[in-house]
Design a protein around this ligand. Structure first.
Ligand code: DX5
Ligand code: ZN
Length: 214
C-alpha cells in the first residue's frame, strides 16, 4: 500500500517538525490539500506556505487542488517540486487539456472525483491518467466520516482501468482509519491518504505503519 500523509491535519504551528515526522516515517508521499473557499467551503493554505517548507519535504509531494480553474496554477504547483498534481473533474471544463499540460510540465497527472461523480465519466481519459483520487468524504475538511459507497466505486474504477488495459493508480482520500483501511485495500485501493488517523493519533508512526502493513 502506498501511504500519503496529509498535512491538512498537522499542527501548523509546528509545520516543519510535522514534515520532518513524515520524512522519518514509513509514509511514501506527503499529501498537500490546497483549498480556495470557492470550490470547497474552506480555505486551507496557499502556495506561499508550501513554498516556505518545500525544502524540508523529502517525500514526493502529492498536491490535491480543491480550487476552481486549477489549470491556472500548473506553473506554481510545478515550482513546489510536485511529483503528482491532482485536479478535480468538477473544476475543469477542458480536462483533457489540463491533464496534457500537467504532463508537459513534467508532473504526474491525477483527477479527483467528488462522492457524487461517477467513475464512468473518466472513460475517455482513463489511460491518460497516472492516478484517480476518489473522495470518500465531501472535500474541504479533515476528520470526516467515510462514505461507505466508495467501496463499490473503487470496484467500478478498477474494472474500468482493467478493461482499458492501463495501469492508473486508485487513491482514496477521506476517512481512512483502522476501520476502513483494510476494506479499501480489499476493494482495490493502491494509495491511501491519511490525515487525522496519522496526525491526531497518540502514536502517529504506528498509524503509518498500520497502513503500510495492511
Ligand atoms: C479533505 C482532504 C483530505 C483530508 C483527509 O478534503 O482532501 O486530504 O486531509 O483527512 P482525513 O484523513 O482526516 O479524513
Ligand atoms: Zn486531499
Amino acid at each position: 500500500m502506498i501511504v500519503a500523509a496529509s498535512i491538512l491535519s498537522a499542527d501548523f504551528s509546528r509545520l516543519g517538525e510535522e514534515i520532518e515526522f513524515i520524512n522519518q516515517s514509513k509514509a511514501d508521499w506527503t499529501h498537500v490539500d490546497i483549498m480556495d473557499g470557492v470550490f470547497v467551503p474552506n480555505i486551507s493554505f496557499g502556495f506561499p506556505v508550501i513554498e516556505s517548507v518545500k525544502h524540508l519535504c523529502s517525500k514526493p509531494l502529492d498536491v490535491h487542488l480543491m480550487v476552481v480553474e486549477p489549470g491556472k496554477f500548473i506553473q506554481q504547483v510545478k515550482s513546489l517540486g510536485t511529483e503528482t498534481m491532482c485536479v478535480h473533474y468538477e473544476a475543469c471544463t477542458h480536462l483533457h487539456r489540463t491533464i496534457q499540460q500537467i504532463k508537459e510540465n513534467g508532473m504526474k497527472a491525477a483527477v479527483a472525483l467528488n462522492p457524487h461523480t461517477p467513475v464512468s465519466l473518466l472513460e475517455e481519459i482513463i489511460c491518460d491518467l497516472d492516478m484517480v483520487l476518489l473522495m470518500s468524504v465531501n472535500p474541504g475538511f479533515g476528520g470526516q466520516k467515510f462514505i461507505p459507497s466508495t467501496l463499490d466505486k473503487i470496484k467500478k474504477l478498477k474494472k474500468l482501468i482493467s478493461e482499458h488495459g492501463c495501469n492508473t493508480l486508485i487513491e482514496i482520500d477521506g476517512g481512512v482509519n483502522h476501520d476502513t483501511a483494510l476494506l479499501l485495500k480489499e476493494a482495490g485501493a493502491d494509495v491511501l491518504v491519511a490525515g487525522n488517523f496519522v496526525f491526531r493519533a497518540n502514536d502517529p508512526a504506528q498509524s503509518v505503519q498500520f497502513l503500510k502493513e495492511l
